[in-house]
Design a protein around this ligand. Structure first.
Ligand code: NI
Length: 220
């Protein structure tokens, strides 16, 4: 399940991060890639030792944890410290799968937060590959997409301009993507029904079912 989160960051927060990204130190993105991803990864990442990085990472994590849609779709337990990347003209990240453990954390859900507006660069789509085909994603600055870390994916070559983005990974309380989707659908339906009908005995049964499914599937 892919979930798009519009306006995860405000316009001010996006400009704040982009401004910081103009003044920080970068390293070659291959330093954080797994063995098989390394040969196809071509981007720049904000250096782990840059003094600005901790505040930038905190902003992303705070906004994710404060977002209702994110929490419903992802059921986050731990968020890996985000990476900030820049793709300049000609840069790309070929087809790869992300590491299954990062910083000691199992990665269940990947998150890309777009920081450049789509008209600031050509190409640079995030392409998620599945048996049902490919999905190209390019969102407004400040918006995010979440997708299962189990998927092969790539970043298409940037033809012109610069693509700034933050990426992170989440250990979910619910490991299985199909189970997360069932819980998400139930939650969504319950919220809509509650808005129409208020608290009824049927709503109580739905709430009980959802709570008991979560209890069955959760890993704490
Ligand atoms: Ni990746």
């Amino acid at each position: 399940m892919l979930v798009m989160i519009a306006d995860l960051l405000s316009a001010n927060e996006v400009s704040h991060l982009c401004e910081k990204m103009r003044h920080v130190n970068y390293v070659d993105g291959r330093t954080t890639a797994g063995r098989e991803a390394r040969p196809v990864k071509q981007n720049k990442q904000v250096s782990r030792t840059d003094p600005q990085l901790v505040e930038m990472q905190k902003l992303i994590r705070d906004r994710l944890m404060g977002n209702d849609l994110f929490r419903m779709a992802v059921r986050p337990k731990t968020i890996v410290p985000p990476l900030f990347s820049s793709y300049e003209q000609g840069m790309a990240y070929g087809s790869h799968v992300d590491n299954s453990i990062m910083k000691g954390v199992r990665t269940d859900v990947s998150v890309t937060i777009f920081l450049s507006e789509p008209d600031q660069y050509e190409g640079g789509e995030l392409v998620i590959e599945s048996t049902a085909g490919e999905q190209e994603i390019k969102l407004a600055a400040g918006s995010a997409v979440t997708y299962p870390t189990t998927a092969l994916h790539r970043v298409a070559p940037v033809v012109s301009g610069e693509r700034l983005a933050a990426v992170t990974w989440v250990r979910s309380f619910v490991r299985d993507a199909a189970q997360r989707e069932i819980l998400f659908d139930l939650d969504t339906a319950r919220h809509r029904l509650f808005a129409q009908l208020g608290k009824t005995s049927e709503m109580d049964l739905l709430a009980k079912t959802q709570s008991n499914l979560l209890r069955r599937w959760v890993e704490d």
